[in-house]
Design a binder for this molecule. Sequence first.
Ligand code: WT7
Length: 585
Amino acid sequence: MPRSQIAKHPADFPVPPKMPDYERARADFTWEAVRRELTDEGCADLNMARIAVDRHADANAERPALRVTDRHFRVEDLSYGELRARTNGFADLLCRLGVQPGEVVATLLGRIPALYTAALGTLKNQGLYCPLFTAFGPEPLRQRLQLAGARVLVTTLPLYRRKIASLRKDLPHLKHVLLADADAGHDALPDCLPLEGLLAESDREFAIPPTAEETPALLHFTSGTTGQPKGAVQSHGAILAQYASSRLVLDLGTEDRFWCTADPGWVTGTVYGILGPLSTGSTLILDPEPFEVRRWYRILEAERVSVWYTAPTAIRMLMRAGSALAREYDLSALRLAASVGEPLNPEAVVWGEEALGRPFHDTWWQTETGAVMIANYPSQDIRPGSMGRPLPGVEAAIVHRRGAHAAAVPEPDTEGELALRSPWPSMFRAYLGETRRYAACFADGWYLTGDLARRDADGYFWFVGRGDDLIKTSGHLIGPFEVENVLMEHRGVAEAGVVGKPDPIAGQVVKAFVALRKGFDGDEGLRRELLGHARRRLGAAVAPKELEFRQSLPKTRSGKIMRRLLRAEEKGEPMGDLSSLDDSG
Ligand code: WT7
């Protein structure tokens, strides 16, 4: 078989895929049909948590919803019935604390049961659920909690002590901090409440208020190239696309044991770590531990994972450990492996087939789209290197912008901006408090993604690159502006420019270029000091890994640092004559 094409789902695929014929599904698909499938006759109640949890608990309360692994591979199951009761309890607790529908409940948690309780319980109470990344330092957390005006935060004692306690005075909106660790020594912390203790006193029944499709549900922060992070808001109706994509892209159903390795602090953690797969009735495999090659293979084997959703950085680390290691494990339960978040190298697709017995199916989406929009489906040939084709119900195109207009380019193989026909159920409905920034994402009925891509003659989309300065490191989107601001806090720094430097494992790593004020020496001591400062303020996941001193940085005449030129240099591309651009003398 040529490398450019990998076979359809193999003949040994244990069950036929839910979408056997893409063309037909595309022709027949309507969102109305999905809506009818998920709601009762004559009742438009689209509460996400009811659809994800209660619908299945009502049908079979015993079915496992969460299967939690611990450090020593001991597992504990939580059934749909128990998850219904716990999330009811959390919704009841919010009511008792006086938290109103529409108010923000944030989590700063790893993959522990409290995360699922808080997320789904918040949705039952019609709160706005906002996950935060535990590898963020205090500065990104302060900014996001303030922008969200978060009323409640659920976290653990160590995370609270390390990252939140010192910010508390800057967060007047934050009324309640709930600590999820059972034995957290709460007496020592008068400003915090014990989550499990309060849940034990809560009502296990909760009447979910009727929830309209447009009721706001999710708030995910994503970085911009300038200004503050953007809070993308999705409404309860997004569950239609989360459900449809979980079935058609990830092929999930009630028999599946599904493992999503994404961190719960980002949108994939919410949409495919919680809502989408639960809405299909499958069982989530949860591992709270960090990545480790043997550990991951052991989980795939021991938990008989049937569908696996992971990311290129992790896949490249598995590849580095070699396919012989993979073959030591029995991965015969695995029927589908998929990838998201950054470009998936064609070699990785093929490697999956060789080492795991399953090729990786690439999928594309972003925080703003709320669900997978483009994918290589189980029933279709994979084109290694391609992101695949649009989800049924979604129209994608390559467009060229002209001023305030955008026009679709009909010719195949033409580079342009990837755009999606607005709206679809999981499309973001706002950037929190930023009407103009939101409006600027749309033109002539298209949502403009900011990604550059091509479409081939068969309708497969190919990622070309980002059209902006955002950095993708290990699948996480980082805004250079936030990093530059923190570097500028140091009294020695005159200018800072931050870019993504190509990296064989992480895709990109964050690299800073710094010009110093008069009287400061760009020596090793100062370099370390600046890297340390950035790590303390931003957290290890966001801070630069590399820092280089420069006399001055390339700038436009208006004084804007030209990250594009710094990036080109990192890639070894010629920078052209900078002297004409550099106005710093
Ligand atoms: C950006 C979105 C994916 C949801 C969680 C992250 C890049 C995403 C792919 C892919 C190449 C990809 C894009 C996109 N991206 N998937 N399959 N191939 N690039 O959401 O943090 O909002 O990031 O990730 O640049 O715009 P996000």
